[in-house]
Design a protein around this ligand. Structure first.
Ligand SMILES: Cc1cc2nc3c(=O)[nH]c(=O)nc-3n(C[C@H](O)[C@H](O)[C@H](O)COP(=O)(O)OP(=O)(O)OC[C@H]3O[C@@H](n4cnc5c(N)ncnc54)[C@H](O)[C@@H]3O)c2cc1C
Length: 463
């Protein structure tokens, strides 16, 4: 595929194409330039905007505290790149090294970064999804629509799905003084991300702030009025809720459809990569010139038994982008793996929630500092005698310490004494939902071999 031989020649006259012009795409482009890549650089992005930050969308922006335009990501260096914004990549030909754009144009590359992220999972019934007042929250445009819907002072907002996004939207609604009902199929909010034990604390927080939280239920249909505006939700427990806005927060779908037929190991669980972000082909053979980073990537992590992790976290997008870009411009022997310990944060109901490590990798959980009643605590997650994650509610300052513990595979339950230690430190089951039961979905997916890869049929190369 490559038209440029040798790492040095590639550095000066190679062509890199990045598909997905958001956080991972931008940070990878910057790293390429700071690591001395002076060749041609093209960023292709479906959205018409320059890369912007998503975390504020469900927090300050929705609350009206930040204008959405101000979340445009700062640039660390002059990029000297060709920007193709507002255009979608629809195909990839690995044999000729070309990305096909909607409209038919083909963009050649020597090295490609796939950074197409995820999109919000829509409401499954298309007619109901099209009702006025039914909103998603992933993009800047989604946020503008939802802001307008909330500004109309709806009688009640329904949030379907109590993961991080749904919970943050509910928190904003309460801050705006709007009545809100949250429905969640699991037993608690945040169950997929933090387990039912810690999720129970999140449930108390929601109820204390006046959220009508209904767990263990499913919304079966949304009903509109004669003008096509959502007015009622039907639940599987036989109840109905009268609403004027329904926010669908059912997790996300990885943007891999454009790679169908390319021969890459790409499917609903993401683009499978090695620890250095190099993409695998459908036979599990690593490619030399195709990399993936961010929400769309699925990489083995040495700290977690080299299990494939697909992480939808801001810091992960940045770290993988740097690793992928470094490995793009670096020869054999100087490439590096992505070893960062995953982190995540959320802000809801006046509480800063931060995690380090991979909570869903844990089987048991123990509160090691503070008090869950006071919403000020640190809990550790463990698997097979090792500490694999920590979550802090309003206690983020301790997480650097626990990050080290996770990196050192510290024993679980912990043997050391802690500041502000509760009287009892008994580890209990973390209560993550059965992965077979669909829920809002965690922001971390632990996967083995992807069954989707079996869809590929082997076509022997012509002799
Ligand atoms: C509302 C919200 C709140 C969040 N809050 C937090 C938080 O508090 N903490 C945290 O750690 N993380 C948070 N996140 C997650 C974080 O924003 C993501 O992990 C991060 O945006 C991932 O960056 P990315 O570049 O990999 O993917 P994305 O940001 O999803 O970007 C992918 C880009 O690729 C484009 N694209 C897709 N397909 C194509 C195609 N075929 N052709 C061209 N372009 C394409 C998309 O339009 C998009 O612009 C939040 C996310 C959202 C949506």
């Amino acid at each position: 595929m490559s038209t440029v031989d040798g790492a040095d020649a590639f550095r000066t006259s190679g062509r890199v194409v990045i598909v997905g012009a958001s956080l991972a795409g931008l940070r990878a482009a910057e790293t390429l330039r700071t690591e001395g890549f002076t060749g041609r650089l093209t960023l292709i992005g479906e959205e018409p905007y320059e890369p912007y930050d998503r975390p504020p969308l469900s927090k300050q922006v929705l609350l009206g505290r930040t204008r959405d335009g101000s979340t445009t990501l700062p640039r660390d260096c002059a990029l000297d790149a060709e920007w193709r914004l507002g255009v979608r990549a629809v195909g990839l030909d690995l044999t000729t090294g070309r990305v096909r754009l909607a409209g038919g144009e083909e963009i050649p590359f020597d090295r490609l970064l796939i950074a197409t992220g995820t999109r919000a999972r829509p409401w499954p019934n298309a007619a109901e999804a099209a009702l006025d007042g039914v909103c998603l929250l992933r993009t800047r445009d989604d946020t503008t629509r939802l802001q307008q819907a909330l500004a109309a002072r709806p009688r009640r907002v329904l949030v379907v799905g109590a993961g991080f996004t749904g919970s943050e939207v509910a928190s904003v609604c309460r801050k705006l003084g709007l009545p809100v009902t949250v429905t969640e199929r699991s037993a608690t909010p945040l169950a997929g991300a933090l387990g039912g034990r810690i999720g129970a604390v999140a449930a108390q927080m929601q109820r204390e702030h006046g959220v009508d939280l209904r767990c263990g239920v499913t919304v079966t249909s949304l009903e509109g009025d004669a003008d096509g505006h959502v007015r009622r939700a039907h639940l599987d427990d036989g109840t109905t809720v009268d609403v004027d806005v329904a926010v669908i927060a059912l997790g996300s779908i990885r943007n891999t459809e454009w790679l169908r037929g390319s021969g890459l190991a790409a499917g609903p669980w993401g683009v499978a990569c090695d620890a250095g972000c190099r993409a695998f082909d459908m036979f599990g053979i690593v490619t030399d010139d195709v990399f993936a980073a961010g929400d769309v990537a699925r990489c083995p992590h040495p700290l977690f038994g080299s299990e494939f992790l697909a992480l939808e976290h801001w810091s992960n997008a940045i770290e993988q982008a740097k690793v992928a870009a470094h490995n793009m411009v670096t020869g054999q022997g100087r490439r590096r793996p992505d070893l960062h310990v995953p982190t995540f944060w959320s802000y809801q109901f006046g509480v800063g929630i931060k995690s380090v490590g991979v909570p869903p990798a844990g089987e048991d959980v123990v509160v090691v500092q503070g008090s869950t009643d006071e919403r000020r605590f640190v809990a550790l997650y463990g698997r097979r005698g090792r500490t694999v994650a920590a979550v802090a509610f309003n206690q983020g300052k301790w997480l650097d310490h626990y990050e080290e513990q996770i990196e050192m595979a510290a024993p679980f339950p912990p043997r050391t004494l802690n500041v502000d230690q509760p009287s009892s430190r008994t580890a209990v089951p973390a209560e993550f939902p059965d992965p077979a039961v669909p829920t809002e979905g965690p922001r971390v997916v632990l996967t083995g071999h992807s069954p989707t890869e079996r869809q590929w049929t082997y076509v022997p190369a012509p002799r």
